[in-house]
Design a protein around this ligand. Structure first.
Ligand code: AKG
Ligand code: FE2
Length: 279
C-alpha cells in the first residue's frame, strides 16, 4: 500500500512542498494519483533534490498527459520533449513578466515540470500567482461582466519588449514568421479548469493585448485594474531554487514570472504537458 504523500503548504494561498519522494523511482498509481490531486489543489508543487535523469523526467511528464514541444526553445539531444531554458551573460533573463505558457496558441499546455540544472549563486527565483484565487476575490458584478468578455493573446506583442531590449532581433523575426494561428489566439476572460471545473481569471501581463468587446480605452482601464490585482503578493508563491529542485505547476490556473536579478549562467529543463489525460 502506498504511504500517504505529505504536502506542506508554502503560503496561505498557493504552492506546497513535497519531501521524501525520489521521482526517479516510478510512482505506483495510488502515489501518482495523490500527487495529481495535490497539484490541482496547490497548483505549484516543489520536490526538492530530485536527481532526475532526462528519461525519467519525460516519463513523469507522460503520467500527467500528452507532451508538447515549444517552437522557440532548444531541446536536449535524444530528448525532443525536454526544452532547455538558458540565460546568463550570452542571453540576459527574458521571462520577467507575468505569463502563462503559450496562451497565444488555441490550446495552451495544461502543466509543466521544470527542473533546475544550473543556478546562479544568488537570485533567479520563479514566482507563481493563483488565478483562481484572483477570480474568486473579484466582486460578483465584475465577475459577471468578465464572463461576457474575451481577450486576444499575442506572442509577438508579449515577446517584443524583452527581445528588443536584449537586441535579439533574429529571434523576434522568427516568432513574427510563425503562422498567425500559432502566435495569436482569443480566449475567454474567465476560463474554467478542464479537470476541477473551477473558474480562473484568464488575464496576464504579457501576451494579452485587449478585450475584443471593449473600446481601446475601456480595455486599457480594465486591464490595468486586473493586472494590479493579479500582482498582489497575497496570491503568490516565490520559489528560491536549489540545485536539482523539480517544480510542477498547473499552467491553467496560474501565472508565473522568472525574476531576472542575476547575470551568471542559469539553466533549467522543462517538460510540458499539453493536455491532462482526464481533461
Ligand atoms: O526560468 C524559469 O524560472 C521559468 C521560465 C518560464 O517562464 C517557463 O519555464 O515557462
Ligand atoms: Fe513561462
Amino acid at each position: 500500500m502506498t504511504e500517504s504523500v505529505e504536502f506542506q503548504p508554502l503560503t496561505g494561498c498557493i504552492g506546497a512542498r513535497v519531501d521524501g519522494i525520489d521521482l526517479n523511482n516510478r510512482l505506483d498509481d495510488a502515489g501518482f494519483a495523490q500527487i495529481y490531486q495535490g497539484l490541482l489543489r496547490y497548483k505549484v508543487l516543489l520536490f526538492p533534490e530530485q536527481d532526475l535523469d532526462p528519461a525519467k523526467h519525460v516519463a513523469l511528464g507522460r503520467r500527467f498527459g500528452e507532451l508538447v514541444a515549444h517552437p522557440d526553445y532548444p531541446t536536449i539531444e535524444g530528448h525532443e520533449e525536454i526544452m532547455v531554458i538558458e540565460n546568463g551573460p550570452e542571453r540576459p533573463p527574458d521571462n520577467e513578466y507575468w505569463h502563462k505558457d503559450m496562451t497565444f496558441r488555441p490550446d495552451p499546455p495544461h502543466c509543466s515540470l521544470l527542473h533546475a540544472r544550473v543556478l546562479p549563486a544568488h537570485g533567479g527565483d520563479t514566482m507563481f500567482a493563483d488565478m483562481e484565487a484572483v477570480y474568486a476575490d473579484l466582486s460578483p458584478p465584475l465577475q459577471r461582466m468578465l464572463e461576457e468578455l474575451s481577450v486576444v493573446h499575442d506572442q509577438v506583442a508579449g515577446f517584443t519588449p524583452t527581445l528588443l531590449a536584449n537586441n535579439e532581433i533574429e529571434r523576434l523575426e522568427k516568432i513574427r514568421a510563425h503562422p498567425e494561428e500559432m502566435r495569436r489566439s482569443v480566449h475567454p476572460a474567465i476560463g474554467m479548469h478542464p479537470v476541477s471545473g473551477k473558474k480562473y481569471l484568464g488575464i496576464d501581463d504579457c501576451f494579452v493585448t485587449r478585450f475584443i468587446e471593449l473600446s481601446a480605452s475601456e480595455s486599457e482601464g480594465l486591464l490595468r485594474l486586473l493586472r494590479d490585482r493579479l500582482k498582489q503578493p497575497r496570491y503568490q508563491v516565490r520559489i528560491a531554487w536549489q540545485a536539482d529542485d523539480l517544480v510542477i505547476w498547473d499552467n491553467v490556473s496560474t501565472l508565473h514570472y522568472a525574476v531576472g536579478d542575476y547575470s551568471e549562467y542559469r539553466c533549467m529543463q522543462r517538460v510540458t504537458v499539453s493536455r491532462y489525460h482526464d481533461a
